[in-house]
Ligand binder design. Structure first.
Ligand code: PHE
Length: 466
């Protein structure tokens, strides 16, 4: 393990260690499951455009801000804010830890679905595809014990990797997982490019039609920018604390943002082209957009796509890997806190953090129909019934943007500018800051906080909590 001479903190062992791990954190169910279905809900083009703008003017600067706090303090979220801003600012770190705990709790349940889809696909590929009975997915969801089993398996795998530490666990795992992931996505994109429905997909994704864009989509786009880039809760901050001073924060952040957005768009291209290829598209998708990745896609892969029975199991391995590299980063936020604050050994910290997450996963596993008081729970109104959807909405659309707002305000207005200048670099030969650095500071101080605040105020004002 490479250790920093000053404080014995582990560091990424290779130049691209950070980029791979951070991209692994960013790319996950957010890209492959959530982005396609919310893009579909929000009618494509205009939503994609708003989302990409949010990624550029909010996501990229906040990612740099998080990394620079982590790298400068060499600490995880809570002690980092404590060191730089005192007791009150450390609340931002605590909010992040709470958010990570909530997200991992429900994320593990959805990630568990990939295991079951993979098993089904293996069976179908070796025999032949059998159309699941109508309502079979609902039955699967409402099988609480099965949901719990699958999510626990997923959580167990995550714990195992995190327990092995930064270099032997996280870095080694993402070094293998990320290239495989990129290769599989590349293969799938190439195979759908030949389908006649590709034209319709591009039209749907890249022709903005603001008349068909629901206003609540703006909150969803901004919230999703945070979720998909793993921002607003200290995951990038924690990974940044393992980054060597030789790396460029701006370039690494830009690379992660770019890869994440490209992969999200690739996921849409793959899924929508398969869906548009079906003769009765609307019928196929209606009913369960949440299940799009798990019902529609396997059906179409087996019935419409050449070599589909070969691609299908690989596809679910891909989704599972992507989810795993994200759950690792979520758990690491909790584990790093226990190690940094309570000086626990990594093994003990992993066990305690995993146990805490299990409590939330338990509730979520039974909230899909397993136990009616959990599945009927409503707070955000129609379409967000059940603990799982409620927590997803709460964490992604509220906790992350609020956490992100404080992070940008902190680095933009409170933190000594010299620290940000020194960490980010970006100087011309004469020592003056580059144009890009000035743009970054401007986004961080004005554009990002104003945009996040505007969205939050608009939603509260309109009382549209959906
Ligand atoms: N970015 C991950 C995804 O898109 C989810 C995530 C959110 C991971 C927040 C870490 C922190 O799936």
């Amino acid at each position: 393990m490479s250790l920093s001479p000053s404080n014995q903190r582990a560091h990424w062992g290779s130049r691209i260690g950070f980029i791979l791990a951070a991209t692994g954190s960013a790319v996950g169910l957010g890209n492959l499951w959530k982005f396609p279905y919310i893009t579909w809900h929000n009618n494509g083009g205009a939503f994609v455009l708003v989302y990409l703008i949010a990624v550029l003017i909010i996501g990229w600067p906040i990612m740099m801000a998080e990394i620079l706090i982590g790298r400068h303090t060499q600490a995880s979220a809570v002690p980092a804010f404590e060191k730089l801003g005192g007791k009150w600012w450390s609340l931002v770190g605590w909010l992040g830890v709470a958010t990570g705990w909530v997200i991992l709790g429900y994320y593990a349940v959805i990630a568990g679905w990939t295991i079951s889809s993979f098993i089904s696909c293996i069976q179908w590929s070796f025999t032949e595809y059998q159309e699941p009975a109508p309502g079979a997915f609902g039955e699967f969801l409402s099988n609480g014990p099965l949901q719990l089993l699958l999510s626990t398996l997923f959580l167990g795998a995550t714990m195992l990797i995190v327990w092995r530490g930064i270099n032997k666990g996280i870095e080694r795992a993402t070094k293998v997982l990320m290239p495989i992931l990129l290769a599989i996505i590349g293969y799938l994109v190439i195979s759908v490019l030949f389908l006649p429905s590709i034209g319709r997909t591009f039209e749907f994704l890249f022709t903005p039609n603001f008349a068909a864009f629901p206003a609540s989509g703006v909150l969803e786009a901004v919230g999703h920018a945070f979720f998909t880039l793993s921002l607003g809760m200290g995951a990038m901050l924690t990974y940044g604390s393992y980054m060597s001073r030789k790396e460029s924060i701006a370039k690494s952040a830009a690379m992660v943002v770019l890869l994440d957005s490209v992969i999200a768009l690739c996921a849409c291209i793959i899924m929508f082209t398969i869906i548009f290829a079906a003769p009765d598209v609307e019928k196929t998708v209606s009913g369960s957009t949440i299940g799009m990745l798990f019902i529609t896609v396997p059906r179409l892969l087996y019935t419409e796509i050449p070599l589909g029975s070969f691609i299908a199991p690989i596809f679910y391995i891909l989704v599972a890997f992507a989810a795993l590299s994200s759950t690792i980063s979520l758990l690491e936020v909790l584990v790093a806190l226990l190690i940094d604050k309570l000086k626990l050994a990594r093994a003990k910290a992993t066990l305690i953090a995993g146990g805490a997450v299990f409590l939330i996963s338990f509730c979520c596993a039974f909230s899909l129909g397993g136990l009616s008081f959990l599945s009927d729970f409503t707070f955000f109104g129609e379409g967000k019934e059940g603990i799982l959807s409620t927590l997803d909405h709460l964490a992604a659309n509220w906790m992350l943007p609020v956490g992100g707002l404080f992070i940008t305000l902190f680095v933009g207005w409170v933190l000594d500018r010299k620290i940000s200048d020194a960490e980010v670099g970006m100087r011309n030969a004469d020592g003056s800051p580059t144009i890009m650095y000035n743009i970054f500071r401007f986004c961080l101080r004005f554009t990002a906080p104003v945009a996040i605040l505007a969205v939050i105020i608009a939603v509260i004002w309109g009382k549209d909590f959906s």
